[in-house]
Each structure stands twice: as C-alpha cells, then as structure tokens.
Design a binder for this molecule. Sequence first.
Ligand code: ADP
Ligand code: MG
Length: 282
Amino acid sequence: MTDQREAVIQVKGLKKNFGSLEVLKGVDMKVLKGEAVVVIGPSGSGKSTLLRCLNLLETPTGGDILFHGQSILRKDLKLDEYREKFGMVFQLFNLFENLSVLDNVTIGLRKVKKIPKEQAEKKAMELLKQVGLESKADVYPSKLSGGQKQRVAIAGVMAMHPKCIVMDEPTAMLDPHGRKSVIEMAKKLNKEEGITVILITHYMEEVIEADRIFVMDDGKLVMEGTPKEVFSKVEKLKELRLDVPQATLVAHELQQRGIPLPDGILNNEELVDELCRLKSKM
Ligand code: ADP
Ligand code: MG
C-alpha cells in the first residue's frame, strides 16, 4: 500500500563533491509528513553530508531537494525562513557556554523571530518544563550532564516551531540514561506534535524504533524500508559491516541451524515469542 501522506522532503539525484572527492553520488529519498526516519551506514558513507545538504549547511553539487514540493535550491529562497522550519541538533552540544539555559532557549526566538524578551522567556520556560529542565533555567551549560545539554538544545530548536527536526548522532556523546532521555524527547515531539524527525544514529535500540530506515554506503542509498524489512537482510548488512540488533543476530544463527524462525526479529521479546510459538507446536 502506498502512503498518501505528503512528502516533507524529497531528495532527487543529490550529488555533493568536495573538490575531486565524490561524497554523495546521486541520492534519492522521500520523507513523509510526521514520519520518524533513521539514517544508518558506515562511517564516511555521507550521512552527515546528506543531512547538512538538507539544511543547506552544504551546497549540493547536483540534483535537487524539495521541501513541501518546492526546490530549496532556487535562487530566491529565503534561507533564514527555511532554516526556521528546519531544526538541527548535532552530536556536539551546540549551546552557548556563556549563556544560561534559559537564554540558550530564547536566543533564537529573540534574535531570529524578534519576539520580546518576556514573551520569549515564557515560551522557553514552557519548553524547559516539557524537557524536564525547568529547575535548570538559570544554570550555565557547564553545570549540566550531556543528556541535559542535548535536551536544552532540543528545546531551543522546538522554540522555533520547526516542521522537521534533523539530528546528527545527538546521543553519541551520552551515557545510556542520557541517550534514553533524548530519544524519549524526540519521540514525544514526533508523536504528539507531528514533527517529522530525521535521525542519524548507530545505536540499534534507536534504529529499531524508526518508522523507516535508510541505509547509506559509499555515497549512495543502498537499502530502505521498515526496521523489519531492513533487518530481514542480515547477510547484506553484515557485508556493509553494519551493526544488527543482538536478537536479530541470534535469530539468524538459529535459522541457519535449521530452526524455522521468521526473518526480521528485532528484539528479545519477539524472539522469545517466536520460540514459544515453536515450542507449542512440538
Ligand atoms: P558520515 O557522516 O557518514 O560518517 P560524512 O558525510 O561526514 O560521513 O563524510 C563523508 C565523506 O566526506 C568523508 O570521506 C569525509 O571525509 C568527507 N567530507 C565531509 N565533509 C567534508 C568537507 N567539508 N571537506 C572535505 N571532505 C569532507
Ligand atoms: Mg557523520
């Protein structure tokens, strides 16, 4: 069944060279409104470059990028307005160390959206409450944990009311607890506010929760599908030297030894259920 939802982003034959180095070699990808997608692929495969092109932090060498059906490469694009609709969170915390948490969240509202201080602060406090950091409003970033810093960064992006949020390994520097808090936040934004999320990550527990996965290798998209579809192709993923969820690997090993398990088992719970189903047939 084809999904009738509108495409927020459509990438067509996208190319990017750095000098003679071809980093994106013709990428086609469509992300629908309200989707949460993950991009995976070996280091150096072009994931960050792809996302940086979406936000025009890099200028593509060829191809096109449509945002709600309109090319963002057109000459008369208003870059500031576009970037407001398109939030970006990076691996390294992009906070101003010399500003308090509250000021970090209000700065976009005040400088870009020209919203008066009092109103911006009211909005920022609501957002800090949502990310569970109300009590840290007057603190400076150096006093926060990594997970807290990323949640402040996300609150700053949310303040701008983006339609789409792009996250480049936002949890790479975090401990498991911090990772969880950031991903919960992103999920909440996606499910409750309908914000489209594009996430680069190599953590399998984050990957298997996506609506769809895009797999990149050497500047090209080589696989695309739901987590179940993508992780049904264990051999192909191994060839690409990509991680696979532990339960998927175990199920694959068992299959190879003749145990009739279905493809695309993603977690322990599914594996246990399938094994119990087999036992009940014995
Ligand atoms: P990934 O995020 O998948 O690890 P990147 O998009 O960061 O991959 O990088 C893809 C390739 O492009 C790498 O070989 C990297 O060295 C190169 N690259 C990225 N940015 C630049 C740049 N600004 N100048 C030159 N080469 C770059
Ligand atoms: Mg990268």
